[in-house]
Write a protein that binds this ligand. Structure first.
Ligand code: GAP
Length: 464
């Protein structure tokens, strides 16, 4: 299969990238300067989609959960945190270069493609040994040849000089956080002591993370700056696996609620667990290049808090108020990228349809909750001030409750096509009858059927 063409879903990378650019969802960063590797900007509809996804996640994870509370920790943290977490030493990807075309490739990914799994803990020598055993079966994704340099491991943390005014700051760097959850671990005691929570409880946060990704050629799937939505749940050691199963169920239900097609989602169990993990599953989505990790749901044992106790000297143990039992809480986590969710939701919504007279349309069938624009308001004719005035009035009223767009450009058919491509569930047209009887035409994105609805009933009809 072409790496960027999913023959099962029919959704290609090119179609998504082109629509996302053309319609203002996602732009390459710094485009007027020729772009900037593996960084993307979210345009007017992209930011709405991101916000809707983050709101849905927060509602499920925090609002509806009495046992989970929110946090917003900083991007910069004490550099020792990254030693405690193992990121300064272990957070490295094995990179090799194709000797024919100079493409940089991730060895662990190429091995994975032929069902050989490298362990994150493997040294450079070990990974090269494994690579050498299978080298002949591996082809460069860029030129198809099979001639690679040895692999070298590159650390993914992004270094910075925050608060360090020496020229040789890189010897004692600070770091842009490589994952948001470390901010949760180091605030665990503050939250526990102030939010009156008892174990089991969780802390959730949404925020930026940074990684010096080597091969950033998978659009917003793997970027160097990205946003994570992470929830860390603190449990009694004996309850960890029971809570883990509950979390897995909850995360699966969340994606079904988002309306992601069941056939495009699957669980994938980690074959090589990091040494401290009890169990690890990923939820994978069927992207244009096949099933790949959307979210990780992992049982992390007491590793994180134990490491932070060791490196900080702080006591992060928990004493059960009823039994007086003292223990180090075990953690289960759910971690997903906003960008990977946007990408999955866009692929899932992308639909090409034949319509009347051999015509066709592209329509983004987003779940209505996630659609960037919930309703578009059109005056039938741009040059009739009374229609424009009425349409503006209706826009003003609806936009109190919903993200709306006003459009008076081009003929109605063209306006519908544009709204279809950005996935707007409803279009409201103000015509001469509106001035007579206070009704409008509401056109449904999916059925394309039109109905006359009283202006006074619009909000209810549009489903707020
Ligand atoms: N705290 C655990 C953690 O960070 P991870 O598997 O490295 O685990 C979790 O990342 C999630 O963050 C992934 O499932 C993915 O959705 C997202 N993610 C990770 N690296 C990313 C990148 N370079 N670009 C976009 N999203 C990324």
């Amino acid at each position: 299969m072409n790496k960027n063409e999913n023959t099962k879903t029919g959704v290609t990378m090119e179609k998504i990238v082109s629509l996302a650019k053309r319609r203002g969802f996602i732009f390459p960063s710094s485009e007027i300067y020729g772009g900037f590797g593996a960084i993307y900007d979210y345009g007017p509809y992209g930011v709405e989609l991101e916000n809707a996804i983050k709101a849905a996640w927060w509602k499920t994870m925090v609002q509806k959960r009495p046992d989970i509370i929110g946090l917003d920790s900083s991007i910069f943290m004490h550099p020792k945190i990254w030693q405690a977490s193992g990121h300064t030493t272990g957070f490295a990807d094995p990179l090799a270069e194709c000797k024919k075309c100079n493409a940089r490739v991730r060895i662990d990914h190429l091995l994975e493609d032929i069902d050989v799994f490298a362990d994150e803990k493997m040294s450079e020598e070990e990974i090269n040994e494994l690579f050498n055993q299978h080298k002949t079966k591996i082809k460069c994704p860029q030129c198809g040849k099979s001639d690679f340099s040895d692999a070298k491991k590159f650390n993914l943390l992004v270094k910075a000089n925050l608060g360090n005014f020496n020229d040789d700051w890189s010897k004692e760097p600070t770091y842009l956080r490589g994952e948001t959850c470390q901010g949760i671990y180091v605030n665990y005691k503050n939250v526990r002591d102030t939010a009156r929570v008892k174990i089991p409880f969780g802390i959730a946060q949404i925020g930026k993370a940074f990684r010096n990704e080597i091969a950033g050629r998978q659009y917003v799937f793997r970027t160097r700056e990205f946003e994570q939505m992470e929830m860390q749940y603190f449990t009694h050691p004996d309850e960890e696996m029971k809570e883990y199963e509950k979390l897995r169920e909850a995360r699966w239900a969340y994606y079904k609620e988002l309306g992601i097609k069941g056939e495009n989602l699957r669980w994938s169990k980690h074959k090589n667990l990091v040494f401290y993990a009890k169990e690890a599953y990923d939820i994978e989505y069927n992207y244009p290049f096949g099933f790949k990790e959307l979210e990780g749901v992992h049982a992390r044992s007491d590793y994180d808090l134990s490491q932070h106790m060791k490196f900080s000297g702080a006591d992060l143990t928990y004493t059960d108020p009823h039994t007086n039992e003292k223990y180090t809480p075990h953690i289960i986590e759910s971690s997903v990228g906003v960008g990977r969710t946007v990408f999955a939701v866009m692929c899932d919504a992308y639909t090409e349809e034949e319509i009347d007279d051999g015509d066709s349309r592209v329509v983004m069938k987003f779940n209505k909750k996630l659609a960037p624009i919930k309703v578009a308001v059109f005056p039938l004719l741009k040059n009739k001030p009374e229609l424009v005035k009425k349409a503006r009035e209706i826009f003003g009223a609806l936009s109190e409750q919903l993200m709306c767009e006003f459009d008076d450009n081009g003929n109605i058919g063209k306006r519908y096509r544009r709204q279809d491509e950005i996935g707007t569930p409803y279009c409201v047209t103000v015509d001469f009858d509106t001035l007579e009887n206070s009704t409008v035409t509401v056109r449904d994105r999916d059925t394309m059927k039109q109905e006359r609805v009283a202006v006074s009933e619009l909000v209810g009809y549009l489903g707020t």
